[in-house]
Write a protein that binds this ligand. Structure first.
Ligand code: HEM
Length: 144
């Protein structure tokens, strides 16, 4: 007897130690589905900043040629183009990620092979659509 009641048996203590711990990042085996889940959250956050950029552009357009020219100077610069390219990718990647979630919400695509395939489609689709959109934009003169 200890001061607070009976001593726990050895077996009891072992059971305590062997109890499962909550998962830690290092115990996960990385899968593409997990990587895309993180990408979806990161692109979601990036979209907030992209929305600010979009708002700046719209406000400038309604303010007059001077304000619009300064936005154009930024978005037309090398850094500006990289940022807008990144925003395009974030938007399309997040959109495809959202459609993937929509499919899951409808009850499709839960088998491991389907999950993997959907992840690849979203990832390759996001990159391809971004590049295609920019090629189209330059082709019609939007990139000048
Ligand atoms: C500018 C527009 C958008 C912004 C700022 C935005 C922002 C975000 C953010 C921050 C998250 C992460 C939330 C979290 O993990 O706690 C998120 C998740 C999500 N977004 Fe968006 N989003 C936008 C557009 C869209 C669009 C167009 C779609 C649909 C095609 C979409 C579908 C989703 C879905 C389904 C999730 C949840 C994913 C999950 O449960 O893991 N979003 N969004």
């Amino acid at each position: 007897m200890g001061p607070f009641g009976p001593q726990p048996s050895k077996r009891h203590m072992t059971a305590r130690i062997d109890r499962p711990l909550s998962p830690h990042l290092q115990t996960y085996r990385w899968t593409l589905t997990m990587v895309l889940s993180i990408i979806n959250r990161v692109t979601g956050v990036v979209l907030y900043f992209g929305t600010l950029l979009l708002a700046w552009w719209l406000i400038a357009a309604s303010s007059g040629p001077g304000a619009y020219a300064s936005v154009q100077a930024f978005t037309g610069s090398f850094i500006g183009r990289i940022i807008v390219f990144g925003y395009t990718w974030a938007l399309l990647q997040h959109l495809l990620g959202g459609i993937r979630h929509f499919m899951w919400d409808l009850g499709y695509g839960f088998k491991p092979t389907e999950r993997e395939a959907l992840s690849w489609v979203a990832l390759i689709g996001g990159i391809s659509l971004t590049v295609l959109l920019w090629i189209a934009a330059y082709a019609i003169g939007g990139g000048r």
